[in-house]
Ligand binder design. Structure first.
Ligand code: NAP
Length: 420
């Protein structure tokens, strides 16, 4: 293979990681490709800005029409956001270019349109880096597990929230303090909404649903809850009962529907996913033939993510392959029946018989209890913590509505799913 031409849209954290991966591993990459890559043009917002990456200044432009797409073998989109990235990728595909993208928001919201268009035009679209940064999650699911039916997935797909929850658990610092430290270390954006409210993890779960289950899910169809309400009390009660709290992306394919959710949940300390700490990500997958596997690593950062983008470029140039799983999608109802054990923390008046009456209401709704923690505070108010056996969320909500109406119940403070 001779020289191959690359056009890059965006030269920020990941763009520079992509170029630096090439420069760092040039001999290996060129050896495998059988020739060099020529980064012909780079589209950015501010072409004059100084960037810590070894690329000649004349490669940068602020005008999409300067990119000479007809000369490009692969267009690499590392800008982020839905527009203008969608329009640019569409134009690149229409002009016969292969495309690699790291853009989770775009691939979650409009990926199916782009995949269809690429199929129609006979070009390849790969997006490994959009989920799990440097960890080869999509390639493992679509290619490595091609002979399996994926039944279940459980992921820690957002490094920011995992860092915050890890610090709260290890150092007993508040959510606000842990978020502040995540920001100062560059693990959280100035506006952390997309991470802490679970949007980022929901985008990634939507992409995985397409590739693992063959089911298109819109991010807004995914039940989503962030971590802002998690308190140190919940973390401490969880540990006392043998659980850690993690923001989990959960997917399960049932016969007639798919269950998808992103939510903070208690996970048994013995589960491999509970040992994923700090900014690390992991995906725990169950295949019907293989059984369980877990993929673990850095889910973000310029170099890990840039290396995944480079692998996609190489896969296109060497093997000319798209991911196996991405084109046989169907629409299935997305639900969250949420049959599982639940953790419930409430504040009640510390008077005789209260625990018995609450347990009776649970019983009347057919909910049996696995554990109860009752701790007198030496005041009129006492915390009560329950872990139920398997129950549907709607059934739990009915019981809790009735419990909350009782005069001795001051507040239901937390309801969290439990994973064992
Ligand atoms: N950062 C990570 O660790 C990570 C991990 C996984 C996936 N991703 C995904 O990778 C993509 C890039 O992320 P990033 O962190 O590298 O972003 P970033 O640092 O903000 O860089 C974005 C780049 O795109 C350029 N750009 C933005 N809007 C543009 C527009 N309208 N026209 C022309 N150029 C434009 C910017 O130009 P200027 O430099 O001139 O401003 C910048 O070079 C995103 O989709 C993100 O979700 C990131």
């Amino acid at each position: 293979m001779g020289k191959k031409n690359i056009v890059i849209l965006g030269m920020g954290t990941v763009g520079m990681g992509f170029v630096n991966t090439y420069l760092m591993n040039r001999e290996t990459i060129e050896g495998k490709l059988g020739g060099p890559l020529d980064i012909r043009k780079v589209l950015v917002s501010s072409p004059g800005k100084k960037r810590p990456v070894d690329l000649p200044g004349d490669r940068y432009t602020g005008d999409f029409n300067d990119l000479n797409l007809e000369d490009a073998d692969v267009v690499v989109e590392l800008m982020g956001g839905v527009e203008p990235a969608f329009t640019y990728i569409k134009q690149a595909i229409e002009r016969g270019c292969h495309v690699v993208s790291a853009n989770k928001e775009l691939m979650a919201k409009r990926g199916d349109e782009l995949i269809r268009l690429a199929d129609e035009k006979g070009v390849l679209l790969r997006y490994e880096a959009s989920v799990g940064g440097g960890i080869p999650l999509i390639n493992t699911i679509t290619d490595g597990l091609a002979s399996n039916r994926v039944i279940k997935m459980m992921g820690i797909l957002n490094g920011t929230t995992n860092y915050i929850l890890t610090r709260m658990t290890r150092d007993r610092i508040s959510y606000e303090e842990a978020l502040g430290q995540a920001k100062s270390l560059g693990f959280a954006e100035a506006d952390p909404t997309a991470d802490v409210e679970g949007f980022d993890a929901a985008y990634k779960l939507a992409i995985l649903s397409r590739d693992a289950f063959g089911v298109v899910a819109r991010p807004e169809e995914i039940t989503r809850q962030g971590i802002k309400e998690i308190s140190l009390e919940d973390i401490e009660y969880g540990l006392e009962l043998g659980y850690k709290i993690k923001l989990l992306a959960l997917g399960e394919k049932k016969k007639e529907h798919v269950e998808l959710s992103v939510q903070p949940a208690l996970i048994s300390v013995d589960h491999p996913v509970a040992s994923v700490n700090q900014e690390f990500n992991a995906l725990f997958v169950e295949g019907n033939s293989l059984g369980e596997i877990m993929l673990y690593g850095k889910g973000a950062g310029g170099m890990p993510t840039g290396s995944a983008v480079m692998t996609d470029v190489m896969e296109i140039l060497i093997n000319g392959r798209k991911t196996i799983g991405s084109c046989k999608e169907k629409k299935m109802p997305i639900k969250n029946i949420g049959l599982s054990p639940y953790y419930v923390r409430m504040e009640v008046l510390d008077s005789p018989g209260v625990l018995g009456q609450i347990a009776m209401i649970f019983g009347e709704q057919g909910i049996s209890l696995d554990s109860v923690v009752q701790r007198a505070k030496g005041s009129e108010v006492a915390p009560l913590v329950f872990i139920t056996h398997d129950v549907k969320r709607e059934c739990l909500d009915r019981a809790l509505e009735e419990i909350e109406a009782r005069e001795y119940v001051l507040k239901i403070q937390s309801i969290l799913k439990v994973v064992r």
